[in-house]
Design a protein around this ligand. Structure first.
Ligand SMILES: NC(=O)c1ccc[n+]([C@@H]2O[C@H](COP(=O)([O-])OP(=O)(O)OC[C@H]3O[C@@H](n4cnc5c(N)ncnc54)[C@H](O)[C@@H]3O)[C@@H](O)[C@H]2O)c1
Ligand SMILES: O=C(O)C[C@H](O)C(=O)O
Ligand SMILES: [Mg+2]
Length: 560
């Protein structure tokens, strides 16, 4: 059906072959080779997309390590989008872990050494006078619907990397969400780095200066946001991996004036809410009846705590937050408790009979022993923090503990799910942030470890907001997306199945999320489109970008 697509294209010869958006390589037909000045520029044989994928897959497998495969795929993306996304779609699970978490962490850590060709826009602090000009140079005439930006201060769990991540997140929008890559754009906001390794690396490609903070930082970010509001008022602005002191603050600052979305806060909150809903479906209980311990009270931890929809008054009863100074309790004082954590601070007297460490902190194990939580979530960046004693204490406190070690990449997971499964005799309901193989239940059956990664929901949240052209991404839209994802949980049919849909089904799950989000925008009356709510599903299906070549006709006025 896609071969019926006809595109009017204005590029010829070498420029056509070097345009990743339009290049077809050996798949250009005879007629196209004649019309676009390509005869003599390509070998004779005309390949189908299937043949091209087979060849690329063989080439990929001649690379031995995940990082070599990541570099290969990056080059393929720079050459031919249709081939790149076709190949990824055909081997979705295998290759998502190569272009995204966990391999992406290694690619970003080594970005300056692996660097070959830049992608997206780099806005660098000392060059801010030309910000608008630089922005327009790359975006002029383009119908941009999505901008993914990062300042790379808190990349996954590997911290400050100066530059990185937004292009991988953007590729996932296309792969799992069906967003047209020609309408998406990734931006690196380079405000320096405090990473000593990068600062002393002669090959570091970013701005080799300490991170700009305070007023100067805020003004720089504001200049960027206002630029988007001016030139692309309908476009969704996605923030990724900002530092803990900025993420929530920037979201609150802009979310009422533009459609902005913080993935680590809202995307993680939403996917975890979906996994929690599925887990309580298995335990036949209610969200409001859980006792939660969240280990790592940063962007993700707080996003999760807030997304459960528990009211402010209830929060202090249900949630126990533990961070690098142990339990968040009154006597830690303002230097150790960020203002955003205020509503979760525990009174000291509640803990007066509990042993502390030498620094006077209440450690995770003690918190678990006292609270007997039903839910333990890790987003601390501290690999192995859920020790055997902690996990066994969870099991002592309730029959089916819900344990989600969400830190990425894989080596930072708070507990290997296989161990958590063994230590709880298969009773824990588990989900992780990175992909893990199934664990063995005591009865010999496989227990599927759900991948509770925001990629299972953020492409759908974004697509739903773009589809409805809502000027805001509201909490209602996010919760509607989470509820729809939870309803797709395989565990609702078989309690031993994964809590969330398998990544193989991520495109279908994200489409459902998008539909729910757009319908919710209609229900809240904030849609910006003139068609009706009953058309949401058809419009969503029509709008999805699929990697397919179509037929090209040369036209000087056509697309470039
Ligand atoms: N699965 C997902 O979809 C998903 C989404 C977002 C983040 N994450 C992961 O969660 C982790 C945190 O991400 P974030 O964006 O919230 O980062 P963040 O920097 O905003 O927060 C990290 C928090 O952990 C705390 N912390 C650091 N060391 C600790 C320790 N030893 N003990 C206890 N707490 C400690 C920090 O003080 C901070 O509050 C990362 O590993 C990230 O990859 C996973
Ligand atoms: O990037 C991911 O894999 C998920 C999340 O956004 C993270 O920061 O870990
Ligand atoms: Mg992130």
């Amino acid at each position: 059906m896609y071969s019926e697509l006809i595109f009017k294209v204005a590029l010829r010869g070498e420029t056509l072959l070097t345009s990743p958006r339009w290049n077809k390589g050996t798949a250009f037909t005879k007629e196209e080779r004649n019309d676009f000045g390509l005869t003599g520029r390509l070998p004779s044989r005309i390949n189908t997309i299937e043949e091209q994928c087979d060849r690329a897959y063989d080439q990929l497998h001649s690379r031995d390590t995940p990082i070599q495969r990541n570099s290969f795929l990056q080059s393929l993306k720079e050459q031919n989008w249709v081939l790149y996304y076709s190949l990824l779609s055909r081997h979705l699970k295998e290759l998502t872990s190569i272009i995204y978490t966990p391999t992406e962490a290694e690619a970003i850590e080594n970005y300056s050494h692996l660097f070959r060709r830049s992608e997206g826009l780099f806005l660098t602090f000392p060059d801010q006078d030309s910000m608008e000009e630089d922005f327009l140079e790359q975006t002029r005439g383009k119908d941009i619907e999505l901008i993914v930006c990062t300042d790379a201060e808190a990349i996954l769990g590997i911290g400050d990397q100066g530059v990185g991540i937004s292009s991988a997140k953007s590729a996932i929008y296309t792969l799992l969400g069906g967003i047209n890559p020609a309408k998406a754009f990734s931006v690196t906001l380079d405000v320096g780095t405090d990473n000593e390794r990068l600062l002393s690396d002669q090959l570091y490609v970013g701005w080799p200066s300490r991170r700009v903070r305070g007023d100067e930082y805020d003004k720089f970010i504001d200049k960027f946001v206002q630029l988007i509001r001016k030139h692309h008022p309908h476009c969704l602005l996605h923030f990724e991996d900002f530092g803990v002191t900025n993420a929530q603050r920037l979201l609150e600052l802009y979310r009422n004036e533009h459609s902005v979305f913080n993935d680590d806060i809202q995307g993680t909150g939403a996917v975890t809410l979906a996994a929690l809903m599925a887990a309580i479906g298995v335990t036949k209980s209610k969200l409001a009846d859980q006792r939660y311990v969240i280990f790592g009270a940063g962007s993700a931890g707080l996003g999760i705590a807030k997304q459960t929809g528990v009211s402010r008054e209830e929060a202090n009863k249900k949630f126990y937050l533990v961070d690098r100074f142990g339990l968040i309790k009154q006597s830690l004082g303002p230097n150790k408790i960020r203002p955003a954590l205020q509503e979760f601070v525990r009174p000291d007297q509640e803990w007066s009979d509990i042993p502390t460490n030498d620094a006077g902190e209440v450690e995770l194990l003690e918190v678990v022993r006292k609270v007997r939580p039903t839910v333990l979530i890790g987003c601390s960046t501290k690999g192995g923090a859920f020790t055997e004693r902690v996990v066994r204490a969870m099991k002592e406190g309730c029959k089916r503990p819900i344990i989600f070690p969400l830190s990425n990449p894989s080596n930072l997971v708070e507990v290997d799910p296989k161990d958590a499964n063994d230590w709880t005799e298969g009773m824990a309901l588990l989900a992780t942030g990175s992909p893990f193989p199934p664990a063995k239940m005591p009865n010999g059956k496989d227990y599927v470890i759900a991948e509770c990664n925001n990629a299972l929901i953020y492409p759908g949240l974004g697509f739903g907001s773009m589809l409805s052209q809502s000027r805001q991404m509201t909490d209602g839209m996010i919760i509607a997306g989470a509820q729809r994802l939870a309803a797709l949980s395989p565990a609702l049919k078989d309690p031993d199945s994964g809590l969330l849909p398998d990544f193989q089904d991520a495109p279908a799950a994200n489409l459902e999320v998008a539909i729910a989000v757009a319908q919710q925008a209609f229900d809240e009356g904030i849609q910006g489109v003139s068609w009706g709510r009953e058309e949401v599903r058809t419009k969503a299906e029509d709008k999805q970008w699929k990697p397919a070549y179509g037929r090209y006709e040369y036209d000087e006025q056509g697309a470039k």
